[in-house]
Design a protein around this ligand. Structure first.
Ligand SMILES: [Ca+2]
Length: 416
């Protein structure tokens, strides 16, 4: 499958070591309902499902020996389903996420990891063209540099999730991919451990991503992302980013200062312009100097006009292929900057604001729609339609049209 990682609402799994859960949630195929109607939550149903799944797996090239070796003793695990149902909707503000994702301990541990694994990271950078600090930053966010790789046996967990059916088609696809990994001899089934949702190893690859991108960097014939030696996992991550379009030598993004009177309607990923165009408008790096050339690049305002402004280009998109949540991409990018010795953001985050709850976001959408600014539905998710509607409304009442859904904006809408 293609790893698109469209965020469907960020799970609490943005926390380190749980990246995979979010990835599963994110990459569920659109409308991916299971092809088989299943009863939910009982062991006899699971056994019946397993018989049918065995036929489907064998039809997709899994040998009977691999299947039986991998799924011997697998049983329905209600605890996995409870985890699946209990993913909280992510409403943490980005600065709180970054406080943890790029906190002092993760920076210090990352510098130690770079020192310890610098030689192999240098060789990985030379082969795949992805800067070692970026690879280390992904490692830091996904498993705290290998500390939290997950110890759940992945195959039984995926079988439970595939049987359960809420995202059954997706998990069945992951389970087939997991069996292919076993069949290829990379890892015995009992060695295939990870998160409860099947993200594995130092950088939390799901099975389909492993099949597409994992590499054997050590040359022992096995793509081993599980072992204490992180070489294969880190090289696999670099290979993934390279395949996603990473441009060596370009930043993931740069904090910028916007000129007074900047047209906020130009912020957002939809507007892409070369650095010289932005420079001509007066956009400049917050740290001084000239804007880096990142090709067609966009201005992002992750916390609205009062927070830091970022200019992002192709490498931002490359990281987003790993996980599409902006906060994750900014976390990886900023951590990589800090590991490379750069400083914190210069503009403070608007810490007095709090993000809207799902109910408040739906109310915002209803109010905008009622006032003639169509949000394309009221699902509580702030997507491009809501962003555009919010900006148009903001412009219509003469306030900064940054499209940032703050409580202040909601209150203003309630009163208008
Ligand atoms: Ca290897």
């Amino acid at each position: 499958m293609r790893r698109t990682f469209i965020a469907l609402g960020l799970a609490s799994s943005l926390l380190p070591g749980c990246g995979g859960a979010e990835r599963f949630q994110s990459s569920a195929p659109p409308g991916g309902s299971a092809t088989v109607t299943r009863s939910h939550g009982d062991a006899s149903g699971f056994d019946r499902w397993m018989q049918g799944f065995r036929s489907r797996a064998l039809a997709q090239g899994i040998s009977a020996a691999t299947f039986d070796r991998s799924l011997a003793g697998a049983s329905y695990d209600a605890a996995i389903i409870a985890r699946d149902r209990n993913q909280a909707e992510f409403t943490k503000p980005i600065w709180e996420y970054l406080d943890s994702a790029v906190g002092e301990s993760r920076i210090a541990n990352g510098r130690a990891a770079l020192a310890q694994h610098g030689a192999v990271l240098d060789r990985i950078e030379a082969r795949y063209g992805v800067e070692k600090e970026v690879v280390a930053a992904v490692w830091g966010l996904e498993s705290s540099y290998g500390t939290f790789r997950g110890s759940t046996p992945v195959i039984p967990a995926l079988a439970t999730l595939a049987y359960d059916g809420r995202r059954g088609a997706f998990f069945e696809q992951q389970l087939i991919a997991a069996l292919k990994i076993v069949q290829a001899g990379d890892v015995p089934p009992e060695g295939m451990t990870g998160s409860w949702a099947g993200a594995m190893g130092h950088t939390q690859f799901i099975p389909t991503s492993y099949l597409e991108h994992a590499v054997d960097f050590t040359g022992d014939g096995r793509r081993d992302i599980w072992s204490d030696d992180p070489s294969d996992a880190l090289a696999s991550t670099a290979a993934y980013l390279a395949r996603s379009g990473w441009q060596r030598g370009q930043p993931w993004g740069v904090e910028v200062r916007l000129p007074a009177g900047f047209n906020m309607a130009l912020a957002g990923k939809d507007t892409r312009r070369p650095a010289r165009d932005w420079a001509a408008m007066g956009v400049a790096p917050a740290a001084g100097g000239a804007l880096p050339d990142m090709g067609a690049s966009s201005i992002l305002l992750p916390a609205g006009a009062r927070g830091p402004a970022l200019l992002v280009g192709r490498n931002f998109t490359a990281i987003s292929r790993y996980n599409a949540a902006d906060s994750y991409v900014i976390g990886v990018g900023h951590l990589s900057d800090r590991l490379a010795g750069k400083g914190p953001f210069r503009q403070a985050w608007p810490r007095g604001d709090r993000p809207l709850s799902p109910d408040e976001r739906r109310e915002l959408q209803k109010l905008l729609t009622r006032r003639g600014f169509d949000t394309g539905g009221t699902d509580g998710k702030i997507g491009p339609n809501t962003l555009t509607a919010l900006r148009r409304w903001q412009a219509s009442v003469g306030i900064t049209a940054d499209g940032y859904a703050s409580l202040e904006v909601l209150n203003r809408l309630r009163e208008s």
